[in-house]
Design a protein around this ligand. Structure first.
Ligand SMILES: *Cc1c(COP(=O)(O)O)cnc(C)c1O
Length: 374
């Protein structure tokens, strides 16, 4: 990742001098399964409704700062009130604003890695100290005793459910315990919740836990990663904070229009989500079979694939970094390489795509892994 020039290092705020921006390592490929996007085409009815809404949207007027029409649609879907919702320019903006509002110098974020790398990036930009309680190195379950202990003196906690990149859920009981232990704010990032078993969301805890914030995005299940829209659900006074710190026009008119259609026609996404879930199980079984035949090279951890509640699978394979490069260069398939990330040695993350994309991944991986072994 590009470093700042010496001249700029001297001029930026001191804590930004050695910042390392998030690098999605994007390369154009035929099959991009690296960013957990929804790779299925939008349902034609939805696409048409979006196109109609966009062409009917005046561009010369500023957006509604609070996206109230969209807030009402989101609130109605989830059984919330408008005052419990704040919309952002992607979930990322809300994560940033969460750190900006509740973090800062002298404050601590509790993170439970391996998790989404943006949390620590936004913490560092906001001069927020990070305390880490690592998940179990085999199952990636939370270490609850240590998590609760750390939460008891943290200003903020972020838990991801389903977790990216490990795919497992955090239970409502665990979230409840963390909310009770933490004197500060607890965010549960539910970016992938639509792909999880029904009833996995922790939103039902909101009425009894005023320090809980639940994050959502339209980038994953709703296939609008390019639209940039996310939202948080929380108590009114928490939403007032998000509303107070945000850039008032960050959610533009086109984003609001496209997101409103997705929320209004949300049932049309259900067949796609169901298909991704069943493809995920098909891929999981196929990868397990593929991996069973591979022995661990000396000094390497045994190959593995983890069950997932998201639209992606984490797998550990011999020569992971090489496998990822060869997938890209020889098959034009882009996967995400985590093999150098702490706690994820030898791991790749692959988004569950369309049946055809998944078949190509399986074909490529079975060839590559055979070659890596010989
Ligand atoms: C994708 C993702 C988000 C939000 O992404 P946006 O596109 O900014 O809405 C948030 N958290 C996790 C864990 C994600 O993977």
């Amino acid at each position: 990742m590009a470093q700042l020039s010496d001249r700029m290092r001297a001029l930026v705020q001191p804590h930004l001098a050695s910042i390392e921006p998030y690098d999605p390592a994007f390369t154009p490929t035929r099959i991009n399964l690296s960013a957990n996007e929804n790779t299925y085409p939008l349902p034609p009815t939805v696409r048409t409704a979006i196109d109609d809404a966009l062409s009917a949207t005046p561009l010369n007027r500023y957006p509604d700062p609070m996206s109230n029409r969209l807030r009402d649609l989101i609130a109605a879907r989830g059984g919330h009130s408008r005052q419990q919702i704040c919309v952002g320019n992607g979930g990322d903006e809300l994560l940033f604003n969460f750190l900006m509002a509740f973090g800062g110098p002298g404050r601590t974020l509790l993170n439970c890695p391996p998790a989404f790398s943006e949390y620590e990036f936004f913490a560092s930009v906001n001069q927020t100290q990070v305390e880490r309680v690592w998940r179990d190195s085999v199952t990636f379950e939370l270490d609850m005793p240590r998590t609760l202990e750390a939460a008891s003196h943290a200003n903020m906690v972020i838990l991801t459910s389903p977790n990216n990149p490990t795919g497992n859920l955090v239970s409502a009981q665990e979230v409840e315990q963390v909310c009770e232990a933490c004197p500060g704010m607890v965010m549960v990032d539910e970016a992938y919740i639509e792909f999880a078993d029904l009833g996995s969301s922790v939103e039902a805890l909101l009425p009894n836990h005023p320090n809980l914030v639940v994050l959502h995005t339209l980038s994953k299940a709703f296939g609008e990663a390019g639209v940039r829209c996310g939202y948080v659900v929380a108590a009114h006074d928490v939403i007032d904070v998000f509303a107070a710190v945000r850039q008032i026009y960050s959610v533009n008119v086109l984003t609001q229009a496209a997101a409103e259609v997705a929320m209004r026609l949300d049932v049309m996404f259900e067949p796609i989500v169901q298909q991704i879930r069943s493809e995920r199980e098909r891929m999981f079984a196929a990868l397990q079979t593929l991996i069973e035949g591979l022995g661990a090279a000396s000094g390497e951890l045994a190959p593995a694939v983890w069950p997932s509640q998201g639209n992606f699978l984490l797998l550990r394979v011999p020569g992971a970094a090489d496998v990822r490069t060869r997938l890209r260069d020889e098959y034009s398939i882009l996967a995400r390489d985590f093999s150098a990330a702490p706690g994820l040695a030898g791991c790749l993350r692959i988004t569950v795509g369309t049946p055809q994309e998944n078949d190509e991944v399986l074909r490529a991986l079975s060839q590559l892994l055979k070659e890596e072994r010989s």
